[in-house]
Design a protein around this ligand. Structure first.
Ligand code: ZN
Length: 236
């Protein structure tokens, strides 16, 4: 074989290898893009974590925005059901334990929607292509759910235990407790320390209360006492 033919064989094999690699990379890209963009346009039954009662209800959902009704509390809430394009996260305010999640979702018209969500959740996975639900209640994003791996996180500004006990974030008692947190507790160092500790222990406790509803009664007894003493102080 002459040098020229050897060289040309070598070059052709190289080109073939490059084109094969290029082809595989392109195929992977196309497949992942297809996974992100393809979403069943027909309604599918989805287990939705309800932002009103924090329980799960099954709804027939189509991609995009829908208004749903909590069958337990009879209140309406909105959801955005979409594929994930990307997710970023960074730490929130110092010592707050809050993480700020930036989630980019693809709407059915292929435009993108950026959702900023603050949560105490330390580990929340959401990869490109996963289907996600953002549940809004009273205009605020309360829950972000990964339907692909069945994981969800709750917004950081909830009173978890109180919401679990009184059944709603908007119950009068929860409102009184929230006002106490924001007006009294947040103004002192000791109070802020209390708030921080409360947010560490309360999400798992609230989850326990949902699993063992019989424990809600004693928890409600304690919270009722606190609420009524707050009311007495306010009236003085
Ligand atoms: Zn509900």
């Amino acid at each position: 074989m002459s040098l020229t033919s050897k060289l040309s064989v070598c070059i052709i094999t190289r080109i073939d290898l490059y084109s094969a690699e290029f082809f595989v990379v392109a195929l992977v890209k196309i497949l992942s893009e297809w996974r992100i963009l393809s979403m069943n346009a027909i309604a599918t039954n989805v287990n939705v974590v309800c932002p009103v009662c924090l329980k799960q209800h099954i709804f027939a959902l189509s991609p995009g925005y829908s208004t749903l009704n909590c069958p337990k509390k009879g209140r309406a809430f909105d959801v955005l059901f979409a594929r994930t394009r990307a997710k970023n996260q960074h730490a929130g305010p110092r010592n707050s334990g809050i993480k700020v999640y930036q989630i980019r979702l693809i709407l059915p018209d292929r435009s993108e929607k950026l959702v900023e969500f603050r949560s105490k959740a330390t580990r929340f996975e959401l990869r490109a292509g996963d289907s996600a639900i953002v549940a809004y209640y009273n205009g605020k994003a309360k829950i972000v759910q990964n339907c692909t791996i069945h994981q969800f996180m709750v917004s950081a500004d909830g009173c978890f235990i109180a919401t679990a006990v009184y059944g709603s974030y908007d119950a009068d008692e929860v409102r009184i407790l929230r006002a106490f947190r924001d007006r009294q507790l947040a103004s002192s160092r000791m109070g802020r320390l209390l708030i921080r500790s409360y947010y560490v222990v309360s999400p798992p406790l609230a989850e326990m209360l949902e699993l063992f509803p019989s424990a809600k009664k004693p928890a409600k007894y304690v919270l009722d006492k606190i609420v009524s003493s707050l009311e007495t102080v306010k009236r003085r």
